[in-house]
Design a protein around this ligand. Sequence first.
Ligand SMILES: Cc1ncc(COP(=O)(O)O)c(C=O)c1O
Length: 362
Amino acid sequence: MPIEFAERIRRIPNYPIASGYDLGGDVAMLASNECYFAPLPEVVEAAHRVLVGANRYPDPSYSALREALSERYGVPAARIALGNGSCDILLAAGEALLEPGAEVVYAWPAFSVYPHLAATSGARAIEVPLDAEDRHDLDALAAEITVATRLVLVCNPNNPTSTALGLDEVEAFLDRVPGHACVILDEAYVEFSLRIGDPYASLELLRKHPNLVLLRTFSKVYGLAALRVGYGLCGSEDFRIAVDQVRQPFYLNTAAQAAAVEALRHQDEVERRVAQTIAARMELEEEIRALGQWVAESDANFVWVRLPEGSVEQDVLGGLASRGVLVRAGASLGREGALRVTAGTAAENKRLVAALAEVLRA
Ligand SMILES: Cc1ncc(COP(=O)(O)O)c(C=O)c1O
C-alpha cells in the first residue's frame, strides 16, 4: 500500500527548477537570474574561517548579520527577519499568515513561489493579471483586497517580467491597503533598479506602514545564491516574531551568516557589479529588439522577451539549449510564449543573441 500523504501535497505546484547545473563545461547559464560574478575572495575566506567551529550549532539569534543589516539600513535588529534564502521567509509568511478562509493577493505572472503559499495553507489565491506592458496593475490589485486578505505580494522589479513600479506608485497603493493585511514588497532585484533609485529609497515606506515588509536577498547582486541568505526589513516586530515562530531554530548556517556579513562590507564591489550588469542588460535588450522581438522595459538583471506569434516556445528553448544557451521558458513561469533571459557576461550575451537569431530564422 502506498504512503498516504496530506491532501495539500497534491495542490502544491512543482517549483520550475532550472536544468543545466550538472552539465559543467561550456554552457551559458542564463536561466536563474543569478549574478555571474563569483563571491569576493574575502567573502569566501570569511565562510571558510568559521568552518572549524562547525561542531557547534549556528548562533540562533544571528546577531552579527542582524546587527550588520541594522547598521546599514537603520532598521532596528528586532525588525529584521532572516531566512534560508528569501524564499524561506516567503514560505514562513504563508504559514504564519494564511489558513483556510484567508486570501493572498498577487499579480501574475510573478515569482513562481507565490502560488505555493496558498496551496500549502489552504488559503485562496487571487492572481491579478499584469497590464499590457507586463507591469503590476496596482488599481486592480487594490480592488481585490477585502477583510479576508492577510497577505499581498508585490514583486518590484517583477520576476519574470523585469518591469518595475516607481515608489510613488507603491506608496499610493500602500495607502489603500488596510492595516490588517501584510504587504511583502519583494525587492530581490532592488539593487539593479534605476526606477527605485537605490536600496535605501523604499525604507521610507516602512516608517508609515507597520504592515510592510521589504524582502531582500544575498542571492543576486551579492553573488551568494548557493549559501541561501535572505532578509526582510519589517515595519513592525510582529512579522519577524511570527516567521521565526513557524521555523526550525537554525535556519541559517554559520558559513552563510559569515559570508553575508563580509559581503556587506564591500559596497564598492556591489556598485561595480550593478553598473556592469545594467550595461550588459541594456545591450541585451537592444540586441534582442534589433532581432524584431518585443522586450519588456527591464529594470532588473534579466529581460523578458515575447516570442513571435506562431513560434513554439519549446522549440525555441530546445534550439537555444542545443547551442549551449540555457534560458527559462515563459510557460514554466506563468506565461506561454515568452522567454526570461538573465544578463550574463558579454560573451554569454553575444552567444544568446546569435543563437536566438538562428533559432528564430529556422
Ligand atoms: C522575486 C524573487 N523573490 C525571491 C527570490 C528568492 O531568492 P532567494 O531565496 O535565493 O533569496 C527570487 C529568486 O529568484 C526572486 O526572483
